[in-house]
Design a protein around this ligand. Sequence first.
Ligand SMILES: Cc1cc2nc3c(=O)[nH]c(=O)nc-3n(C[C@H](O)[C@H](O)[C@H](O)COP(=O)(O)OP(=O)(O)OC[C@H]3O[C@@H](n4cnc5c(N)ncnc54)[C@H](O)[C@@H]3O)c2cc1C
Length: 400
Amino acid sequence: MSDISIIGGGHASGKLVNNLHKLEFKGNINIFSEEEHLPYERPPLSKDFLYGSKKFEDFKIDINLEKVNYYFSTKINKIDFINKIIYDQNNNDYSYDKLVFANGSSPKRIFEENIEGVNYLRTLNDSVKIKSSIEISKDIILLGAGYISLEISSTIKKNYPNKEVTIIDNSEKILLRNSNDDLREFIFKYQKKNNVNFLFNTSFQKLIRNEDGSIKSLILDDNKILACDLLVVGIGVYPNTDILKGTMLEEKNGIKVNEYCETAVKDVFALGDVALSKNNFLNKHIREESWNNAEKQSDILAKNLTGTKTAYDEIPWFWTDQFDQNFQILGEINNFDNKILRNYSENKNTIIYFKNKKIIGAVAVNNGRDISIIRKIIKKNIVPNMEKIQNKDINLKELL
Ligand SMILES: Cc1cc2nc3c(=O)[nH]c(=O)nc-3n(C[C@H](O)[C@H](O)[C@H](O)COP(=O)(O)OP(=O)(O)OC[C@H]3O[C@@H](n4cnc5c(N)ncnc54)[C@H](O)[C@@H]3O)c2cc1C
């Protein structure tokens, strides 16, 4: 039985190990993790954990440490695919039989140096730091109107309705990526209702610091000065492919894998945020930054590593929680030729998107049940009865 070495100790890695054990994998498993914590799921970092209603124990992924060699605080820096050796930050070398990249993605930074008061949110430690800063900050600015900033603004306002929170974005609207106008409208409504401030079409040109070096204010493009004692930057992430520079797997937008999570190099695999994966539903390679992708690819890869060849067959799906509202996004929600709104109540809606009479995607507000049914309809390739879909009193299950 060959040994498996995994670079990264996050969601995909933790679940992969547990799935391998469930499938009675008997070889050695080595995990190299830059972080000092056991693997955990990240969604609560901007939501319940930041808010205070969940503890680390609630979302950590329990793995049996007696059955793995866990290298905490160990960053892999170099890979030699020919001789099957990886090297850590201290140049210690480790040989492998099979290698898995589960090293995720990192937030794009605006400054190389660390500045007191300027934060990024990716890890448990980041969330702990931001949480304690929120308590004592007066002027909070979130840079970038993406999912992370919108979740943080909602968490802050739930805890501290009177704190000033301003989101700045250099485009003219929220959620430029992975969204559409229907979803933007739903989400923006809740953000405005809860008094989050927005400044669009602007960015900052300079940061002013206090004598101790910490952040004091931002000067915007139009020379307006905004006081700021806490800045959280949420302007997107990039896949952690730096360690592949100069190797045969070098790729800017992720590590390319087929639907079995196999790379072009024998015995080398990738999954989760770092993987540029073949998606059969969209018939192209995409990099998904979602909980579901990490979860499901870890299941597929465990099967493939233990001899049951199984293809990844998921329709892209993710959710965001803001102001106690749950928004779910399934499949393709942009290139549609028709759409139907099923409006159940003010706070419960589903919009279904069609192309050539078939459902290609959906957005649901507080209605995960519809998403589960629509996923089945798409997977079964059903041409749905439009009259039934238009009648919100007919359960979508009838279409199956
Ligand atoms: C704040 C936040 C909220 C989110 N909310 C949602 C949500 O509501 N819904 C949703 O669908 N998704 C959400 N996501 C996305 C989801 O959490 C990610 O898609 C998922 O964590 C990806 O798992 P992964 O294992 O690929 O990467 P990660 O969980 O990021 O794990 C990668 C690990 O690899 C380590 N690493 C990197 N490079 C090296 C190296 N060279 N050597 C050793 N270790 C290394 C990293 O430190 C990290 O521990 C959220 C993410 C964040 C950050």
